[in-house]
Design a protein around this ligand. Structure first.
Ligand SMILES: Cc1ncc(COP(=O)(O)O)c(C=O)c1O
Length: 439
């Protein structure tokens, strides 16, 4: 295939892409998904286990896993059966409550160390939006402090300095046109893993802050491991000023541990946002946390904090969550994901070394990224901003030609699921060796 391929192997995908592009901006539902059309259009018709099948009948091993939700594999029989059984009882009640809601909320409160109460919604962005509203109501303050390289969703409060260009490090960088300037101005941006910069920002803005939000292990830029002194500073500074600490565990919770990254890091946030892996692909998310913070939303929509949503607590998402969490706990999925993740990372790192290619492999448990043009372990976003984007794209294209799918975006990551096996590992490493030899 060539870069402008319309060969037989992708001709139906090409036709679907053209059809979509006429009526869907960019020919995909999100800009990040549109990147997967590069260099060949990607139109899919089936997802099963660890594979995706295109409309051209091409079967690809999926390392993208829809940006992370698929932790048990696509189309997991037991999760899908639980959802189908729920549909038979009623698709949407939309009034009062259900036993399923209470049960899944109890389960989240039991699993996530910091969570006492839970409010459901349908996406990670909604969860972070609600968390910030709760934090603003609690403190009476406007400003939110976030960290460079952390993504918390598309809304104006947080879509700032996720991927700032090198010449905008340290500044507020709105990620989109059309954002409300006042929202951007009320977002304080600090480098990740820099306790001194964080303390200085707290000293400057602490009295005006409504909350501090972070991905505890930022995967929006591959993987940054938080240092102990940074975590200590986060906890002590936010405690001292009664500023809610918000963990965005949209990627990390349930994928890295049924108890969230917070359990392993030993930090107790005040609010936690979860989504993605909790439902193995069904739309479901939640904000949880301290009772007094969540109870602000306990009014009847005329007082307190309004948290609203026609589809919040949708039975399909909750049935999927109940079953996914059961499987994650009972079947020790973590052991498989952790072992396999380490084997991919070590195998890839060996290949880079053997071929003398400048690059590094970063990750945690079932997540990994290969980043070209840099070697030391990244600690902060500034360590990631200069990676070799074009080389990664060539790697992604070469791997796709050999049947392995991940987006050509160099800041994104590979994910593994329970459906990935040692055979996938072997095939991946053999093919990666070939592709790296050609780079
Ligand atoms: C850490 C994190 N927070 C929030 C979000 C937003 O979630 P959603 O896309 O479901 O709105 C994402 C999405 O990728 C994410 O990775």
């Amino acid at each position: 295939m060539t870069d402008d391929s319309t060969s037989d192997a992708t001709s139906r995908s090409e036709a679907v892409f053209e059809r979509a592009r006429a009526v869907v901006p960019g020919g995909a539902q999100t800009g990040l998904r549109a990147q997967a059309h590069d260099p060949y259009p990607a139109a899919f018709e089936r997802a099963s286990g660890a594979t995706l099948t295109t409309v051209d009948g091409e079967t690809l091993t999926d390392y993208h896993l829809a940006f992370g939700p698929i932790v048990l594999g696509h189309g997991h029989d037991e999760v899908d059966a639980a959802v189908k059984a729920t549909i038979d009882e009623g698709v949407l009640f939309g009034a009062g409550t259900t036993e399923l809601e209470a049960e899944v909320a109890e389960r989240l409160a039991n699993l996530l160390p910091s969570v006492e109460m839970v409010n459901f919604c349908n996406s990670g962005s909604e969860a972070t939006y609600h968390a910030i509203r709760l934090a603003r109501a609690h403190t009476g303050n406007d400003k939110i402090l976030k960290f460079e390289g952390c993504y918390h969703g598309w809304h104006d409060y947080v879509d700032v300095s996720v991927y700032p260009p090198a010449d905008e490090l340290g500044a507020r960088h709105p990620e989109s046109e059309g954002m409300l300037p006042a929202a951007v101005e009320n977002t304080v941006v600090v480098p990740f893993n820099d306790p001194e910069a964080f303390r200085a920002a707290m000293a400057e803005h602490g009295d005006d802050l409504a909350g501090v939000i972070l991905e505890p292990i930022p995967h929006s830029v591959g993987c940054l491991h938080p240092t102990g002194d940074f975590l200590d500073a986060l906890e002590s500074e936010t405690d001292a000023r009664d500023v809610p600490l918000i963990f965005d565990e949209v990627i990390t919770a349930f994928r890295h541990s049924p108890r969230g990254a917070q359990a392993g890091l030993g930090v107790t946030p005040d609010l936690t946002c979860v989504a993605k892996a909790m439902g193995n692909g069904y739309p479901v998310a939640a904000v949880g946390g301290r009772r007094d913070l969540l109870e602000q939303a306990g009014g009847n929509n005329t007082s307190g904090v309004v948290i609203s949503g026609t589809y919040s607590g949708h039975p399909t998402g909750l049935a999927a969550t109940r079953e996914t969490l059961r499987l994650l706990e009972e079947e020790d999925v973590q052991a498989h994901l952790t072992r396999l993740g380490r084997a991919y990372r070590e195998g890839l790192a060996d290949l880079l070394e053997d071929r003398g290619i400048e690059g590094r492999v970063v990750g945690h448990r079932s997540i990994f990224s290969v980043q070209f043009g840099a070697t030391d372990e990244p600690r902060t976003y500034a360590d990631v901003v200069g990676i070799d984007e074009e080389r990664f794209r060539e790697f992604a294209v070469g791997m796709r030609e050999r049947g392995h799918f991940f987006t050509p975006n160099p800041y994104k990551r590979h994910h593994l699921s329970l459906a990935h096996t040692d055979d996938h590992l072997r095939e991946y490493l053999e093919d990666a060796d070939e592709v790296l030899a050609e780079l």
